[in-house]
Design a protein around this ligand. Structure first.
Ligand code: SF4
Ligand code: SF4
Length: 136
């Protein structure tokens, strides 16, 4: 059975220069579509990708990633915003890898487009009044 899933990979510093994702293709025959990548030398890296392949290969690929030390986050999680808490400070705008926040030009209020959110969780720590909430 072929499966296709969207996941977020968090790379610790020591792994950012290793060809980890390449091995998913070469050794496990998986197809991948990189939706967003933010990886720089000597810093933690983040990659949002769509991974597709036979269930068995997919499971092996995930196991390989886990063994190497990559933290995997499934996108079955959901992130919402507590509208009463949001102060529209804008701190989440640049941090969001998918552009899920936008400033409304007239009111300068920050709009949250939930449909663009991949539940990576980055805005949660970045939000000063803790208005963003992750649901499992
Ligand atoms: S960082 Fe938090 S408070 Fe600031 S605009 Fe984003 S959701 Fe609202
Ligand atoms: S969790 Fe926050 S930073 Fe991550 S995609 Fe969703 S809105 Fe953007």
């Amino acid at each position: 059975m072929v499966v296709s899933k969207r996941i977020v990979l968090h790379f610790p510093r020591r792994l950012v220069d290793r060809p980890i994702v390449y091995k998913l293709i070469k050794d496990y025959g998986l197809e991948l579509n990189i939706l967003k990548a933010s990886i720089t030398p000597d810093e933690e890296g983040l990659m949002v990708l769509e991974l597709r392949g036979e269930q068995d290969n997919y499971d092996k690929g995930i196991k390989y990633l886990t063994k190497t030390g990559v933290r995997i986050q499934s996108l079955s999680q959901n992130v919402t915003r507590n509208e009463e808490r949001c102060t529209h400070c804008g701190a989440c705008i640049t941090i969001c890898p998918t552009g899920a926040f936008e400033v409304e030009p007239l009111t300068r209020r920050v709009i949250f487009h939930n449909e663009k959110c991949l539940a990576c969780g980055l805005c949660i720590k970045a939000c000063p009044p803790r208005a963003m909430v992750l649901h499992f």
